[in-house]
Ligand binder design. Structure first.
Ligand code: UDP
Length: 309
Protein backbone atom coordinates (compact mmCIF):
# COMPACT_ATOMS: atom_id res chain seq x y z
CA UNK A 1 0.00 0.00 0.00
CA UNK A 2 1.01 3.62 -0.43
CA UNK A 3 0.61 5.31 2.92
CA UNK A 4 0.78 8.94 3.99
CA UNK A 5 1.85 9.66 7.57
CA UNK A 6 1.24 13.29 8.50
CA UNK A 7 3.40 14.13 11.48
CA UNK A 8 5.63 11.25 10.47
CA UNK A 9 8.85 12.76 11.86
CA UNK A 10 7.36 13.14 15.33
CA UNK A 11 7.72 10.83 18.30
CA UNK A 12 4.91 8.34 17.57
CA UNK A 13 4.75 9.15 13.84
CA UNK A 14 8.37 8.17 13.20
CA UNK A 15 7.95 4.83 14.97
CA UNK A 16 4.82 4.28 12.90
CA UNK A 17 6.77 4.99 9.67
CA UNK A 18 9.42 2.45 10.72
CA UNK A 19 6.78 -0.22 11.37
CA UNK A 20 4.98 0.43 8.07
CA UNK A 21 8.27 0.12 6.19
CA UNK A 22 8.92 -3.18 7.97
CA UNK A 23 5.50 -4.31 6.76
CA UNK A 24 6.74 -3.52 3.20
CA UNK A 25 4.48 -0.54 2.57
CA UNK A 26 5.49 2.58 0.66
CA UNK A 27 5.49 5.51 3.06
CA UNK A 28 5.26 9.25 2.43
CA UNK A 29 6.08 11.20 5.57
CA UNK A 30 4.74 14.73 5.78
CA UNK A 31 6.13 16.94 8.52
CA UNK A 32 7.00 20.63 8.93
CA UNK A 33 9.62 19.70 11.56
CA UNK A 34 8.20 22.17 14.10
CA UNK A 35 8.36 19.48 16.76
CA UNK A 36 9.19 16.51 14.55
CA UNK A 37 12.91 15.88 14.04
CA UNK A 38 14.86 14.80 11.00
CA UNK A 39 16.92 12.58 13.33
CA UNK A 40 13.79 10.50 14.04
CA UNK A 41 13.57 9.43 10.40
CA UNK A 42 17.27 8.83 9.74
CA UNK A 43 16.71 5.08 9.55
CA UNK A 44 13.57 5.38 7.42
CA UNK A 45 15.30 7.70 4.95
CA UNK A 46 17.60 4.82 3.96
CA UNK A 47 14.64 2.90 2.55
CA UNK A 48 13.79 3.34 -1.14
CA UNK A 49 10.13 2.95 -0.11
CA UNK A 50 10.26 6.08 2.09
CA UNK A 51 9.76 9.66 0.96
CA UNK A 52 9.94 12.74 3.17
CA UNK A 53 8.03 15.92 2.36
CA UNK A 54 8.91 18.88 4.59
CA UNK A 55 5.74 20.92 4.54
CA UNK A 56 2.79 21.98 6.59
CA UNK A 57 -0.25 19.70 6.71
CA UNK A 58 -2.42 22.74 6.00
CA UNK A 59 -0.88 23.30 2.56
CA UNK A 60 -2.42 21.84 -0.59
CA UNK A 61 -1.46 18.27 -1.30
CA UNK A 62 -2.11 16.09 -4.28
CA UNK A 63 -0.85 12.56 -3.85
CA UNK A 64 -1.94 9.07 -4.80
CA UNK A 65 -2.43 7.24 -1.51
CA UNK A 66 -4.31 4.23 -0.20
CA UNK A 67 -4.27 5.15 3.48
CA UNK A 68 -3.69 8.30 5.54
CA UNK A 69 -2.55 8.49 9.15
CA UNK A 70 -3.06 11.97 10.58
CA UNK A 71 -0.74 12.54 13.55
CA UNK A 72 0.15 16.12 12.68
CA UNK A 73 -0.17 18.30 15.77
CA UNK A 74 1.72 19.77 18.66
CA UNK A 75 1.05 17.35 21.48
CA UNK A 76 2.72 18.33 24.74
CA UNK A 77 1.11 20.91 27.02
CA UNK A 78 3.97 23.50 27.03
CA UNK A 79 4.24 23.34 23.23
CA UNK A 80 0.55 23.41 22.35
CA UNK A 81 0.05 26.29 24.78
CA UNK A 82 2.97 28.25 23.30
CA UNK A 83 1.66 27.56 19.77
CA UNK A 84 -2.02 27.53 20.67
CA UNK A 85 -3.50 29.07 17.51
CA UNK A 86 -1.26 26.95 15.28
CA UNK A 87 -2.38 23.86 17.20
CA UNK A 88 -6.02 24.70 16.57
CA UNK A 89 -5.51 25.42 12.90
CA UNK A 90 -3.30 22.39 12.32
CA UNK A 91 -5.97 20.08 13.68
CA UNK A 92 -8.86 21.88 11.98
CA UNK A 93 -7.45 22.84 8.58
CA UNK A 94 -4.95 19.98 8.40
CA UNK A 95 -7.72 17.47 9.08
CA UNK A 96 -9.84 19.09 6.40
CA UNK A 97 -7.03 18.84 3.83
CA UNK A 98 -6.36 15.20 4.61
CA UNK A 99 -10.01 14.17 4.77
CA UNK A 100 -10.57 15.78 1.37
CA UNK A 101 -7.59 13.84 0.05
CA UNK A 102 -9.00 10.62 1.52
CA UNK A 103 -12.36 11.35 -0.10
CA UNK A 104 -10.87 12.05 -3.53
CA UNK A 105 -8.49 9.10 -3.42
CA UNK A 106 -10.98 6.73 -1.76
CA UNK A 107 -8.27 6.17 0.84
CA UNK A 108 -8.63 4.91 4.40
CA UNK A 109 -8.10 7.49 7.14
CA UNK A 110 -7.05 7.34 10.78
CA UNK A 111 -7.06 10.38 13.04
CA UNK A 112 -4.79 10.41 16.06
CA UNK A 113 -6.92 11.97 18.74
CA UNK A 114 -6.21 12.15 22.43
CA UNK A 115 -7.39 11.23 25.90
CA UNK A 116 -7.68 15.00 26.38
CA UNK A 117 -11.10 14.86 24.72
CA UNK A 118 -12.32 13.44 28.05
CA UNK A 119 -11.05 16.55 29.87
CA UNK A 120 -11.12 16.05 33.63
CA UNK A 121 -13.09 12.82 33.38
CA UNK A 122 -16.32 12.34 35.28
CA UNK A 123 -16.12 8.57 34.98
CA UNK A 124 -13.21 6.27 35.64
CA UNK A 125 -11.78 4.57 33.62
CA UNK A 126 -12.72 6.42 30.45
CA UNK A 127 -14.79 4.65 27.81
CA UNK A 128 -15.13 5.69 24.18
CA UNK A 129 -18.79 6.59 24.71
CA UNK A 130 -17.96 9.20 27.39
CA UNK A 131 -18.58 12.78 26.30
CA UNK A 132 -15.81 14.51 28.18
CA UNK A 133 -15.71 17.15 30.86
CA UNK A 134 -13.77 19.82 29.04
CA UNK A 135 -13.24 23.50 29.76
CA UNK A 136 -13.93 25.12 26.37
CA UNK A 137 -11.97 28.31 27.12
CA UNK A 138 -9.12 27.27 29.42
CA UNK A 139 -5.37 26.96 28.82
CA UNK A 140 -5.69 23.42 27.51
CA UNK A 141 -8.69 24.21 25.30
CA UNK A 142 -6.59 25.03 22.26
CA UNK A 143 -5.62 21.36 22.18
CA UNK A 144 -8.72 19.69 23.61
CA UNK A 145 -11.18 21.58 21.44
CA UNK A 146 -8.99 21.31 18.34
CA UNK A 147 -8.94 17.54 18.71
CA UNK A 148 -12.67 17.44 19.44
CA UNK A 149 -13.36 19.50 16.33
CA UNK A 150 -11.15 17.22 14.24
CA UNK A 151 -12.94 14.15 15.64
CA UNK A 152 -16.31 15.64 14.70
CA UNK A 153 -15.07 16.56 11.22
CA UNK A 154 -13.73 13.05 10.72
CA UNK A 155 -17.11 11.54 11.62
CA UNK A 156 -18.91 13.94 9.25
CA UNK A 157 -16.74 12.69 6.40
CA UNK A 158 -18.00 9.21 7.21
CA UNK A 159 -21.64 10.34 7.37
CA UNK A 160 -21.65 12.72 4.42
CA UNK A 161 -19.03 11.20 2.13
CA UNK A 162 -18.68 7.58 3.33
CA UNK A 163 -14.93 7.98 3.81
CA UNK A 164 -13.42 4.94 5.53
CA UNK A 165 -12.38 6.67 8.79
CA UNK A 166 -11.53 5.69 12.35
CA UNK A 167 -10.35 7.55 15.47
CA UNK A 168 -7.79 6.48 18.03
CA UNK A 169 -7.62 8.31 21.35
CA UNK A 170 -4.04 8.16 22.47
CA UNK A 171 -3.30 8.19 26.19
CA UNK A 172 0.09 9.17 27.64
CA UNK A 173 2.82 7.48 25.62
CA UNK A 174 6.58 7.38 26.16
CA UNK A 175 9.69 5.75 24.76
CA UNK A 176 12.79 6.51 22.70
CA UNK A 177 12.46 9.66 20.54
CA UNK A 178 10.28 11.34 23.10
CA UNK A 179 11.32 14.92 22.55
CA UNK A 180 13.84 15.82 25.23
CA UNK A 181 12.48 19.25 25.98
CA UNK A 182 8.81 18.62 25.36
CA UNK A 183 7.95 19.24 28.99
CA UNK A 184 6.00 16.03 29.51
CA UNK A 185 6.32 14.23 32.75
CA UNK A 186 8.42 11.22 31.68
CA UNK A 187 10.92 13.24 29.62
CA UNK A 188 11.18 15.85 32.40
CA UNK A 189 11.85 13.24 35.08
CA UNK A 190 14.44 11.38 33.01
CA UNK A 191 16.25 14.57 31.98
CA UNK A 192 16.27 15.90 35.51
CA UNK A 193 17.44 12.57 36.96
CA UNK A 194 20.28 12.20 34.46
CA UNK A 195 21.40 15.76 35.17
CA UNK A 196 21.08 15.18 38.95
CA UNK A 197 18.59 18.01 39.22
CA UNK A 198 15.54 17.88 41.50
CA UNK A 199 12.55 16.12 39.92
CA UNK A 200 9.61 18.49 39.48
CA UNK A 201 6.32 17.10 40.77
CA UNK A 202 3.37 19.36 39.99
CA UNK A 203 0.74 19.60 42.71
CA UNK A 204 0.64 16.83 45.32
CA UNK A 205 1.68 14.16 42.80
CA UNK A 206 -1.45 12.16 43.62
CA UNK A 207 -2.94 12.79 40.16
CA UNK A 208 -2.73 9.69 38.00
CA UNK A 209 -1.79 8.83 34.45
CA UNK A 210 -1.28 5.55 32.63
CA UNK A 211 1.83 5.28 30.49
CA UNK A 212 1.99 3.27 27.28
CA UNK A 213 5.26 2.25 25.68
CA UNK A 214 5.54 3.52 22.11
CA UNK A 215 5.91 0.07 20.45
CA UNK A 216 2.62 -1.03 22.02
CA UNK A 217 0.98 2.19 20.87
CA UNK A 218 2.16 1.76 17.27
CA UNK A 219 0.85 -1.81 17.24
CA UNK A 220 -2.56 -0.55 18.36
CA UNK A 221 -2.60 2.22 15.75
CA UNK A 222 -1.74 -0.23 12.96
CA UNK A 223 -4.42 -2.68 14.05
CA UNK A 224 -7.01 0.12 14.27
CA UNK A 225 -6.10 1.08 10.70
CA UNK A 226 -5.98 -2.26 8.98
CA UNK A 227 -8.11 -4.79 10.85
CA UNK A 228 -11.59 -5.44 9.51
CA UNK A 229 -14.63 -3.81 11.14
CA UNK A 230 -12.73 -0.71 12.28
CA UNK A 231 -14.42 1.75 9.92
CA UNK A 232 -16.29 4.43 11.85
CA UNK A 233 -14.96 3.13 15.16
CA UNK A 234 -13.26 4.91 18.04
CA UNK A 235 -10.58 3.17 20.06
CA UNK A 236 -8.94 4.17 23.31
CA UNK A 237 -5.27 3.23 23.06
CA UNK A 238 -3.19 3.36 26.19
CA UNK A 239 -1.93 1.29 29.03
CA UNK A 240 -4.65 0.71 31.62
CA UNK A 241 -2.17 0.31 34.48
CA UNK A 242 -2.57 3.49 36.49
CA UNK A 243 0.28 5.24 38.31
CA UNK A 244 0.27 8.32 40.44
CA UNK A 245 2.89 10.89 39.46
CA UNK A 246 4.58 10.19 42.81
CA UNK A 247 4.84 6.48 41.94
CA UNK A 248 6.27 7.38 38.53
CA UNK A 249 8.86 9.72 40.06
CA UNK A 250 9.96 7.02 42.50
CA UNK A 251 10.32 4.50 39.69
CA UNK A 252 12.54 6.88 37.70
CA UNK A 253 14.55 7.61 40.86
CA UNK A 254 15.13 3.90 41.40
CA UNK A 255 16.35 3.38 37.83
CA UNK A 256 18.85 6.25 37.74
CA UNK A 257 21.78 6.15 40.14
CA UNK A 258 22.37 8.75 42.75
CA UNK A 259 20.32 10.51 45.41
CA UNK A 260 17.52 12.37 43.71
CA UNK A 261 15.41 15.07 45.29
CA UNK A 262 11.83 15.96 44.52
CA UNK A 263 10.70 19.56 44.28
CA UNK A 264 7.00 20.36 44.35
CA UNK A 265 5.66 22.98 41.93
CA UNK A 266 2.13 24.32 41.40
CA UNK A 267 -0.33 22.16 39.48
CA UNK A 268 -0.97 23.65 36.02
CA UNK A 269 -4.55 24.88 35.39
CA UNK A 270 -7.08 22.27 34.25
CA UNK A 271 -4.64 19.42 34.92
CA UNK A 272 -6.82 16.27 34.94
CA UNK A 273 -6.81 14.46 38.30
CA UNK A 274 -7.15 10.94 36.98
CA UNK A 275 -6.71 9.37 33.61
CA UNK A 276 -6.90 5.73 32.66
CA UNK A 277 -8.26 4.17 29.50
CA UNK A 278 -10.85 1.45 29.34
CA UNK A 279 -9.35 -0.56 26.47
CA UNK A 280 -11.95 -3.33 26.33
CA UNK A 281 -13.05 -2.27 22.85
CA UNK A 282 -9.50 -2.35 21.44
CA UNK A 283 -9.05 -5.71 23.12
CA UNK A 284 -12.28 -7.14 21.72
CA UNK A 285 -12.07 -5.76 18.17
CA UNK A 286 -8.30 -5.55 17.63
CA UNK A 287 -7.14 -8.21 20.07
CA UNK A 288 -4.77 -5.52 21.33
CA UNK A 289 -3.36 -4.87 24.76
CA UNK A 290 -0.07 -3.29 25.85
CA UNK A 291 2.67 -5.72 26.74
CA UNK A 292 5.55 -3.55 27.97
CA UNK A 293 5.52 -2.74 31.68
CA UNK A 294 6.44 0.75 32.84
CA UNK A 295 9.69 -0.34 34.49
CA UNK A 296 10.82 -2.22 31.38
CA UNK A 297 9.87 0.68 29.07
CA UNK A 298 11.54 3.23 31.31
CA UNK A 299 14.81 1.26 31.25
CA UNK A 300 14.81 1.41 27.43
CA UNK A 301 13.83 5.08 27.41
CA UNK A 302 16.45 6.09 29.98
CA UNK A 303 19.05 4.23 27.91
CA UNK A 304 18.06 6.23 24.84
CA UNK A 305 18.23 9.54 26.75
CA UNK A 306 21.62 8.54 28.21
CA UNK A 307 22.97 7.97 24.71
CA UNK A 308 22.18 11.54 23.77
CA UNK A 309 18.63 11.12 22.47
N1 UDP B 1 3.86 16.67 35.64
C1 UDP B 1 4.71 16.72 36.74
N2 UDP B 1 5.99 17.15 36.54
C2 UDP B 1 6.48 17.50 35.31
C3 UDP B 1 5.61 17.42 34.19
C4 UDP B 1 4.30 17.01 34.39
O1 UDP B 1 4.31 16.41 37.87
O2 UDP B 1 7.66 17.86 35.24
C5 UDP B 1 2.49 16.17 35.83
C6 UDP B 1 1.40 17.02 35.18
O3 UDP B 1 0.97 18.04 36.05
C7 UDP B 1 0.32 15.98 34.92
C8 UDP B 1 1.11 14.70 34.65
O4 UDP B 1 2.40 14.91 35.21
O5 UDP B 1 -0.49 15.78 36.05
C9 UDP B 1 1.24 14.38 33.16
O6 UDP B 1 1.66 15.54 32.52
P1 UDP B 1 2.11 15.62 31.01
O7 UDP B 1 2.55 17.03 30.77
O8 UDP B 1 3.11 14.55 30.73
O9 UDP B 1 0.83 15.30 30.13
P2 UDP B 1 -0.75 15.38 30.33
O10 UDP B 1 -1.15 14.00 30.71
O11 UDP B 1 -1.08 16.37 31.42
O12 UDP B 1 -1.27 15.82 29.01
Amino acid sequence: MKILVAGGAGFIGSHLCDRLLKLKHHVVCLDNLKTGRQANIQGALKSPRFKFLRRDVRSALNLKVDFIFNLASYASPPYYQAWSIETMLTNALGSHRLLELARKQKAGYLFASTSEVYGDPLRHPQKEGDWGNVNPVGERSCYDEAKRFAEALTMEYLRKHQVDVRLVRIFNTYGPRLQKDDGRVISNFINQALEHKPLTVYGSGHQTRSFCYVDDMVEGIIRAAFRTKTSGQIFNLGNPVEFSILEAVKLVQSLVDGPLKIVYQPLPPDDPRRRKPDISRAHAVLNWFPKVQLKQGLIRTIEWFRNGG
